[in-house]
Design a protein around this ligand. Structure first.
Ligand code: ZN
Ligand code: MN
Length: 138
Protein backbone atom coordinates (compact mmCIF):
# COMPACT_ATOMS: atom_id res chain seq x y z
CA UNK A 1 0.00 0.00 0.00
CA UNK A 2 1.31 3.37 -1.03
CA UNK A 3 2.56 5.56 1.79
CA UNK A 4 2.20 2.86 4.40
CA UNK A 5 5.61 3.16 5.95
CA UNK A 6 5.39 6.91 5.88
CA UNK A 7 1.93 6.82 7.45
CA UNK A 8 3.29 4.59 10.21
CA UNK A 9 6.21 6.94 10.77
CA UNK A 10 3.94 9.96 10.98
CA UNK A 11 1.60 8.27 13.46
CA UNK A 12 4.53 7.34 15.63
CA UNK A 13 5.93 10.84 15.44
CA UNK A 14 2.61 12.38 16.36
CA UNK A 15 1.99 9.89 19.13
CA UNK A 16 -1.20 8.76 17.43
CA UNK A 17 -2.47 5.23 17.67
CA UNK A 18 -1.96 3.45 14.40
CA UNK A 19 -5.44 2.54 13.23
CA UNK A 20 -6.41 1.36 9.74
CA UNK A 21 -8.60 4.47 9.40
CA UNK A 22 -5.76 6.81 10.25
CA UNK A 23 -3.46 4.96 7.90
CA UNK A 24 -6.03 5.41 5.16
CA UNK A 25 -6.35 9.15 5.87
CA UNK A 26 -2.58 9.56 5.77
CA UNK A 27 -2.32 7.43 2.66
CA UNK A 28 -4.99 9.53 0.95
CA UNK A 29 -3.16 12.75 1.79
CA UNK A 30 0.29 11.51 0.83
CA UNK A 31 1.26 13.28 -2.38
CA UNK A 32 -2.29 14.62 -2.85
CA UNK A 33 -2.12 17.87 -4.83
CA UNK A 34 -5.90 18.45 -5.01
CA UNK A 35 -6.11 20.42 -1.73
CA UNK A 36 -9.06 18.38 -0.45
CA UNK A 37 -11.44 19.61 2.24
CA UNK A 38 -12.14 17.57 5.38
CA UNK A 39 -15.39 16.47 3.76
CA UNK A 40 -13.57 15.35 0.58
CA UNK A 41 -11.18 13.31 2.71
CA UNK A 42 -14.03 11.87 4.72
CA UNK A 43 -16.00 10.79 1.66
CA UNK A 44 -12.97 9.22 0.00
CA UNK A 45 -11.77 7.31 3.04
CA UNK A 46 -15.21 6.29 4.32
CA UNK A 47 -15.75 4.37 1.09
CA UNK A 48 -13.22 1.91 2.44
CA UNK A 49 -14.19 2.33 6.08
CA UNK A 50 -17.95 2.92 6.10
CA UNK A 51 -18.08 3.01 9.90
CA UNK A 52 -15.54 5.79 10.20
CA UNK A 53 -16.69 8.93 11.97
CA UNK A 54 -16.08 12.47 10.82
CA UNK A 55 -14.46 13.11 14.19
CA UNK A 56 -11.67 10.67 13.28
CA UNK A 57 -10.95 12.69 10.16
CA UNK A 58 -11.16 16.06 11.90
CA UNK A 59 -9.00 14.95 14.84
CA UNK A 60 -6.36 13.41 12.61
CA UNK A 61 -6.24 16.55 10.45
CA UNK A 62 -5.96 18.76 13.53
CA UNK A 63 -3.05 16.69 14.92
CA UNK A 64 -1.23 16.78 11.60
CA UNK A 65 -1.80 20.52 11.28
CA UNK A 66 -0.68 21.23 14.84
CA UNK A 67 2.55 19.30 14.28
CA UNK A 68 3.25 21.10 11.03
CA UNK A 69 2.67 18.05 8.85
CA UNK A 70 -0.27 19.55 7.03
CA UNK A 71 -1.14 23.03 5.84
CA UNK A 72 -4.62 24.26 6.53
CA UNK A 73 -5.68 26.63 3.77
CA UNK A 74 -8.40 29.14 4.50
CA UNK A 75 -8.51 30.50 0.95
CA UNK A 76 -12.13 29.50 0.55
CA UNK A 77 -14.02 30.83 3.59
CA UNK A 78 -16.74 28.26 3.02
CA UNK A 79 -14.40 25.31 3.50
CA UNK A 80 -10.91 24.76 4.76
CA UNK A 81 -8.64 22.77 2.54
CA UNK A 82 -5.64 20.68 3.41
CA UNK A 83 -2.27 20.47 1.76
CA UNK A 84 0.30 17.81 2.66
CA UNK A 85 2.92 19.88 0.86
CA UNK A 86 4.20 21.97 3.76
CA UNK A 87 7.04 23.69 1.97
CA UNK A 88 6.36 27.37 1.22
CA UNK A 89 4.39 27.81 -2.00
CA UNK A 90 1.60 29.94 -3.42
CA UNK A 91 -1.82 29.10 -4.79
CA UNK A 92 -4.10 29.80 -7.71
CA UNK A 93 -7.85 29.65 -7.10
CA UNK A 94 -10.45 29.23 -9.82
CA UNK A 95 -13.44 31.41 -9.01
CA UNK A 96 -15.71 29.15 -11.02
CA UNK A 97 -14.91 25.55 -10.05
CA UNK A 98 -13.01 26.49 -6.86
CA UNK A 99 -10.05 24.29 -7.71
CA UNK A 100 -6.86 25.21 -5.92
CA UNK A 101 -3.61 24.72 -7.80
CA UNK A 102 -0.01 25.10 -6.72
CA UNK A 103 2.38 27.74 -7.92
CA UNK A 104 5.84 26.38 -7.38
CA UNK A 105 7.54 29.59 -8.36
CA UNK A 106 8.53 31.80 -5.47
CA UNK A 107 8.44 35.59 -5.61
CA UNK A 108 11.02 37.90 -4.29
CA UNK A 109 9.11 39.90 -1.74
CA UNK A 110 10.61 42.32 0.69
CA UNK A 111 8.91 44.34 3.34
CA UNK A 112 10.39 47.47 4.84
CA UNK A 113 12.33 46.99 8.05
CA UNK A 114 10.33 49.90 9.46
CA UNK A 115 7.44 47.51 10.02
CA UNK A 116 9.53 45.94 12.73
CA UNK A 117 8.42 42.42 11.94
CA UNK A 118 10.53 39.32 11.95
CA UNK A 119 8.90 37.81 8.85
CA UNK A 120 8.63 34.04 8.92
CA UNK A 121 6.65 33.40 5.76
CA UNK A 122 4.13 34.55 3.21
CA UNK A 123 1.35 33.10 1.12
CA UNK A 124 0.05 34.63 -2.09
CA UNK A 125 -3.35 33.77 -3.54
CA UNK A 126 -4.07 34.40 -7.19
CA UNK A 127 -7.70 34.40 -8.35
CA UNK A 128 -9.03 33.79 -11.79
CA UNK A 129 -10.52 31.22 -14.10
CA UNK A 130 -8.81 27.93 -14.83
CA UNK A 131 -8.28 26.77 -18.44
CA UNK A 132 -11.36 24.52 -18.36
CA UNK A 133 -13.64 27.16 -16.89
CA UNK A 134 -12.27 29.84 -19.22
CA UNK A 135 -13.23 27.79 -22.23
CA UNK A 136 -16.88 27.56 -21.13
CA UNK A 137 -17.28 31.17 -20.01
CA UNK A 138 -18.98 33.60 -22.34
ZN1 ZN B 1 -12.19 26.23 -12.92
MN1 MN C 1 -0.54 23.60 -2.37
Amino acid sequence: MKGKTRAQEICKELGLKLTPQRMAILGYLDGNIAHPSAEDIYSAVSKRFPGMSRATVYNTLASLRDKGKLLELTIDPAKKRYDPDTKPHHHLICLECKRVSDIDRMFDLELPDSLGYDITGNHIEFYGYCPECRSTRT
